[in-house]
Design a protein around this ligand. Structure first.
Ligand code: ZN
Length: 520
């Protein structure tokens, strides 16, 4: 049996080798440096303001791409547009208010919050103070031992119990235990006990706030998934605010800590403090753009060619143009779409369908591709491969002497056939140096996980990630169009086109025949 498979595979290799098509090379010539440049001049222009996900510049970018697909005669989807709209929540830019009958506490001055994806309106007559919020059977400590916090507002301190001399109680040496910095663990303990909200007392409030404030201002977008809904609101509060509440039991933060130092035993306090907490999520949405070139005899099967359209937007009045990241890929997709359309017009259209997918939300954590693979417009079972382009317009320092290269990542990780097709297409059409440096799971850059193809690979769809490397302007306002090497960009786009052509036209669909050594 094994031998037979080997023989068949050899036959396929042979077939692949002879099937390279000069027609593909002919039509790939539509992917010219000047055409790519023409599209990039729009995408990396001031008016698109760095194409930040959910911002007006991104809407403009999506409209531009859709209008280009329309010009090429590519159809709309079932929803009458070429957009796949998806919802987002801003985990930070929402609103939280904390009030008592006596006082309205101020965001930033008295408290701040980070991930907030739960809508909440809570009125309570008490706050349960659980010391340091620690439960650890290995050291016999349980701050929740004598209280039920189900449905309650819980308050606890950062850090861990200390001895008089300032060393930690939990370790023999007196060195800090993991609880000294175990924030997420403490929040999880409260969540596990069904607390409704957490007030997390920060002894170094000012320092912590300053460290995080820039990040708070910029916000953090996420898909509104089930997991996120289970996050409970956590407000990081000042010791002064905590003292307002602790006084109902005759304590302050420092007198409580002194008591713990002396007693070496935890105790909780129920504070008769009315409190109302509201938290509102800031909701928004964004869109992927889909350009569909319908195939002929095998049109139900789809090759996805993707690039992310979004970039970092602007900070202050500085625009992050993202000409390379990933304007280069986005503009290349438009040129490739034109090449496939020209082939189709000449009666040489692809057998399988080609789907051009311009993702958004990539820079926010591959959100557009995550949403697409969770809500595919064309079934994932029928998705043959994903060829993803992210940054192909520049040279990195390792290739300063030879611009004609591209890194290839992931090609052999699920399908040996995909790897071979790409290599042979390259020999036939493009003669680029294919650099596999980042295709190694032990490589520290972990690039395999860092662009949209990853969401396809996770679903066992063979992928190739085309990339020309990190450079000095990466994620800076200086990633501008004047630095793009359009000859090189078009050569790589031609390779992608020729590989896609082969994937679309060879009689047998490529198969998954490798155990991926990049682990999830
Ligand atoms: Zn990118």
């Amino acid at each position: 049996m094994k031998k037979l498979i080997v023989t068949l595979q050899l036959l396929l290799v042979f077939f692949t080798a002879v099937a390279q098509d000069s027609t593909a090379v002919f039509f790939s010539n539509y992917i010219s440096p000047s055409l790519i440049k023409q599209h990039l001049e729009v995408l990396a222009s001031d008016s698109l303001e760095g194409r930040e996900t959910a911002a007006p510049g991104m809407v403009k970018a999506a409209n531009y791409v859709s209008s280009q697909y329309e010009k090429l005669g590519l159809p709309t989807l079932a929803n009458g547009t070429r957009f796949q709209e998806f919802p987002l929540v801003n985990l930070i830019a929402g609103m939280m208010t904390i009030d008592t009958r006596k006082k309205s506490y101020k965001q930033s001055g008295d408290f701040f919050f980070t991930d907030n994806s739960a809508e909440l309106q809570l009125e309570a007559t008490d706050i349960v103070f659980v010391g340091y919020g620690i439960v650890d059977s290995t050291i016999g400590w349980n701050d929740y031992s004598d209280v039920d916090v189900n449905g309650k507002v819980v308050m606890f301190l950062e850090g861990e119990p200390m001895k008089k001399d300032g060393s930690a109680q939990f370790t023999k040496s007196g060195a800090e235990s993991p609880w000294a910095i175990g924030r997420q663990k403490k929040i999880q303990l409260a969540k596990d006990r069904n607390a409704k909200a957490v007030l997390f007392v920060q002894k170094d409030y000012k320092k912590n706030y300053e460290r995080i404030s820039r990040w708070l201002v910029s916000g953090r977008l996420a898909l509104p998934d089930e997991e996120a809904k289970q996050i409970i609101p956590v407000a990081y509060i000042t010791p002064e605010m905590a003292n307002d509440f602790l006084q109902h039991a005759g304590y302050t933060v420092s007198s409580y800590e002194k008591r713990i130092t002396k007693k070496k035993k935890s105790f909780a306090l129920t504070l008769n403090q009315d409190i109302s907490i509201t938290s509102k999520i800031s909701k928004t949405s964004c869109r992927n753009v889909l350009g569909y070139v319908e195939g002929s005899s095998l049109k139900d099967e789809v090759i996805v060619i993707s690039a992310h359209l979004d970039h970092l937007g602007k900070r202050g009045d500085k625009i992050y143009y993202g000409a390379d990241d990933d304007g280069s890929g986005s503009a290349s997709l438009l040129a490739m779409a034109e090449a496939f359309v020209q082939a189709k017009k000449a009666g040489k259209g692809p057998q399988r369908s080609i789907l051009f997918l311009n993702f958004s939300g990539e820079e926010k954590g591959l959100l557009g591709s995550e949403f697409y693979t969770q809500n595919p417009v064309f079934p994932l079972e029928k998705t043959v491969a994903n060829l993803n382009i992210d940054m192909i317009g520049r040279l990195d320092s390792a290739h300063a002497s030879n611009p004609d290269y591209t890194y290839i990542i992931g090609s052999d990780k699920l399908s040996t056939q995909l790897h071979r097709i790409n290599e042979e297409a390259n020999k036939f059409c493009c003669n680029l140096e294919l650099d596999y440096k980042y295709n190694d799971p032990s490589d520290k850059m972990k690039l395999y996980y860092r662009s949209d193809h990853y969401n396809f690979a996770k679903n066992k769809i063979p992928v190739i990630f085309y990339f020309t490397g990190i450079h000095d302007d990466y994620h800076k306002p200086t990633d501008t169009i004047d630095k793009i090497d359009f000859d090189k960009t078009s050569k790589i786009a031609k390779l992608v086109f020729n590989t896609a052509w082969q994937l679309a036209n060879q009689p047998e669909r490529i198969v998954v025949d490798v155990e991926n050594d990049f682990k999830e």
